[in-house]
Design a protein around this ligand. Structure first.
Ligand code: OOG
Ligand code: NI
Length: 265
C-alpha cells in the first residue's frame, strides 16, 4: 500500500480502537497474530455544504481513489458512494451522508447548530477524517435526534472517524465461510447484528456481510459524560462475477441493515 494511504488508515485505526477496543480481540481471533486485510472502511456525515460526502471523498480522491458506485437508502434518508484504489490491499471506502433537509424542523435546527460550530477550513486536511465531533452537543439534543434518526444522533455524538473497519474474509488463512467467522465471534462472546439475519446477502448478490453490535464508550456531552454505542466491526466475503473478478460493489438491501449496528441493544 502507498505510504500516504497507509499513514491515513493508521491514524484512522488508532482513533477507532480508542472507542472500539474489541477490534483488537477481533484481529486476534480471526488473524491469530497475522495481519488482517480490511475490505473497506466506512464514514458518515451530514449533507450540509460545509460537511457533505464530497468533503470526505476529496481526501481519498487525492490519494488515487476513484468513485465506483452510488447507493440510496430512502427510509433512512441516506445517500452513499463507494471508492476503490488500484492497490488491491488498499481498503475500499464507503461514505454515506444524511439528507438533513428530509428531517423534522427540530432535528434540522439541532444539526445546523452543530455545523455552525465547525470552522470553515476544518475539512481541508485529511486529519479531519479522524477529528471526532468538531462541535458540542447536549444530551437532550442527542435524544431528540435519536428519536428520529439513529444515524443523525450517532453522527452528533461521534463526528468524524471510521464508523467501522471490515475484515476481508477472502483473505483470512484460517476461515473460509462467513458462518465460520460468525461462529468464532459468538463463541468468543461477541454480539452480532441480527437485523435481517446474521448473514446479509448471499452468493447470488456476490457479497455476504455480517457485523458486531457496536462497542459502548463514553462521550463528553456538553452537559456531562454518557456511555453510548460507538463503532463496530464488519465481516465481508466476496464472490466472483462471470468474468472471474470478485464483485467489488456494495448491496443496498444488506447495507441498509449494517447501518443498524450502532443501534442501542
Ligand atoms: C454503513 C453501513 C453500510 C456496508 O458495508 O454495506 C456498510 C454505516 O453503518 O455507516 O458499511
Ligand atoms: Ni461496511
Amino acid at each position: 500500500m502507498q505510504k500516504d494511504i497507509d499513514t491515513l488508515f493508521g491514524h484512522l485505526w488508532d482513533n477507532y480502537i480508542q472507542v472500539t477496543p474489541s477490534a483488537h480481540k477481533v484481529h486476534q481471533l480471526l488473524g491469530g497474530g497475522a495481519p488482517i486485510i480490511n475490505d473497506h472502511v466506512a464514514f458518515r456525515t451530514y449533507n450540509l455544504p460545509k460537511l457533505g460526502l464530497e468533503k470526505l471523498a476529496a481526501h481519498f480522491r487525492a490519494l488515487g481513489y476513484e468513485e465506483k458506485g452510488e447507493y440510496v437508502f430512502k427510509a433512512k434518508k441516506l445517500y452513499a458512494k463507494h471508492f476503490e484504489h488500484q492497490d488491491p490491499d488498499a481498503p475500499k471506502v464507503f461514505i454515506s451522508e444524511l439528507k438533513v433537509e428530509e428531517l423534522s424542523p427540530a432535528a434540522q435546527a439541532i444539526i445546523h447548530k452543530l455545523a455552525d460550530q465547525v470552522p470553515d477550513h476544518l475539512t481541508d486536511t485529511p486529519a479531519f477524517l479522524y477529528t471526532g465531533a468538531p462541535w458540542q452537543v447536549s444530551w437532550a439534543d442527542y435524544q431528540t435526534l435519536l428519536a428520529e434518526s439513529e444515524y443523525a444522533a450517532w453522527m452528533a455524538a461521534w463526528g468524524y472517524r471510521a464508523n467501522h473497519f471490515t475484515v476481508n474474509i477472502n483473505r483470512l488463512a484460517d476461515f473460509d465461510t462467513i458462518e465460520q467467522v460468525n461462529g468464532a465471534l459468538k463463541a468468543a462472546g461477541f454480539v452480532l447484528n441480527t437485523v435481517g439475519g446474521e448473514v446479509k446477502g448471499d452468493p447470488e448478490v456476490m457479497l455476504e456481510q455480517s457485523s458486531t453490535m457496536a462497542d459502548k464508550a463514553e462521550v463528553p456531552f456538553s452537559d456531562g459524560v454518557r456511555t453510548i454505542p460507538s463503532c463496530f466491526y464488519e465481516f465481508a466475503r466476496r464472490y466472483p462475477q462471470a468474468d472471474g473478478v470478485l464483485y467489488p460493489g456494495f448491496v443496498e438491501a444488506s447495507a441498509d441493515k449494517i447501518f443498524e449496528s450502532t443501534n442501542a441493544m
